[in-house]
Write a protein that binds this ligand. Structure first.
Ligand SMILES: [Zn+2]
Length: 349
């Protein structure tokens, strides 16, 4: 079968090539790939900045935002041939740490977790893949190709849950949420926050195009200036850019007792000792919490599945702005100005 593979930490090594059929040790469920979403992590792996091949291998099958059709459900589990499934990305560490031991692998304490398509386990950008039945999430068949949005939605299901849990430390009646960044994660955050009945605002650099239209179609408000210009003090901010200035502005703009949830992973930016103390002072005087959130456990996959199943299908379909064939994977990795989610399509739904 064919797969998109890369030699991690070596730029320019990605290719669409013939590899052996998936090993039965990877799981008893055999799945035919339908589509795989492309995200910034995939781009970083292809650029040689990130990623680990499986032990004993030099190359890694890329891809962690999966959607596939069950070909052989195997001897266990409740799956049937033809079911649409998405594979959970992370596996608990082998020690395991206390969090992995209770199924909270998203909160792994020792960093020895593994991740499909990223860290030591092959990903989903192959014509067929295998998965353990307990890590295969069945998606609403009516979603069709939109099921490929499940993995990014799990990131948001966890982030919003974190904000809600932290909010219980005091009387907490949030009304306004600011989402910074209108990429797939930001737009799905807006969808999730809207489903909680909140007044949702989304900020991004783009002044026109699909992003403002998608935000307004949700009944949310779009802003294209800086966070300092939004004109209100948000009760919560879901930060999806990873940009230093946006984060710094968010800390200034957040309302008293407000919570900032960081989901973006950026690089660089200089914080002087004085600026650091200013951030701390602002956080102290407003009782703020700044929390980071990454990955998701099974509970968040379940919640994300429900959010997608209830969402407007037409709106969700507008998030997938480009579909490429696997042989054109290099085109899928390019970022164009109006791209939101680009998917590599292996077969028809
Ligand atoms: Zn762990």
């Amino acid at each position: 079968m064919k797969a998109i593979t890369v030699e991690p930490r070596k730029p320019g090594t990605a290719r669409f090539e013939e590899i052996p059929e998936p090993d039965v040790h990877e799981g008893s469920v055999l799945v035919e790939a339908v589509a795989v979403g492309v995200c910034g992590t995939d781009v970083e792996i292809v650029e040689g900045k990130y990623g680990w091949a499986p032990p004993g291998a030099t190359r890694l099958v890329l891809g962690h935002e999966s959607l596939g059709r069950v070909v052989d459900p195997g001897p266990t589990g409740g799956l049937k041939r033809g079911d649409l499934v998405v594979g959970i990305v992370r596996r608990p560490d082998p020690v395991p740490c206390p969090n992995c031991a209770v199924g909270e692998w998203d909160m792994c304490r020792n960093g020895q977790y593994t991740e499909r398509g990223i860290k030591q386990i092959h990903g989903f950008m192959s014509e067929r893949w295998r998965i353990e039945p307990e890590y295969a999430i069945r998606v609403d068949p009516g979603l069709g190709i939109l099921g490929v949005l499940l993995e990014p939605t799990t990131v948001i299901a966890k982030a919003l849950e974190q904000v809600a849990i932290i909010g219980r430390r005091s009387f907490w009646e949030p009304r306004t949420v600011l989402v910074t960044g209108a990429g797939p994660i930001g737009l799905l955050a807006a969808l999730g926050a809207k489903s909680h009945g909140l007044d949702v605002h989304v900020l991004d650099r783009m002044e026109s195009g699909p992003k403002p239209d998608l935000v307004r179609a949700l009944g949310a408000t779009y802003h294209s200036g800086s966070v300092r210009e939004v004109g209100f003090e948000p009760d919560a901010i879901v930060e999806c850019t990873g940009v230093g200035q946006v984060i710094a502005d968010s800390i200034q703009a957040i309302g008293s007792s407000g919570i900032i949830c960081l989901t973006g992973v950026g690089h660089g930016g200089v914080v002087t000792a004085a600026a650091c103390a200013d951030i701390a002072a602002s956080t102290v005087l407003k009782n703020n919490v700044i929390v980071g959130s990454v990955n998701a456990n099974k509970r968040h996959w379940y919640k994300a599945g429900n959010l997608l199943a209830r969402a407007d299908r037409n709106w969700l379909s507008r998030l997938i702005t480009r579909r490429e064939r696997p042989e054109n994977f290099e085109r899928a990795l390019e970022r164009k100005p109006d791209d939101i989610k680009v998917v590599i399509q292996f077969s028809e739904v």
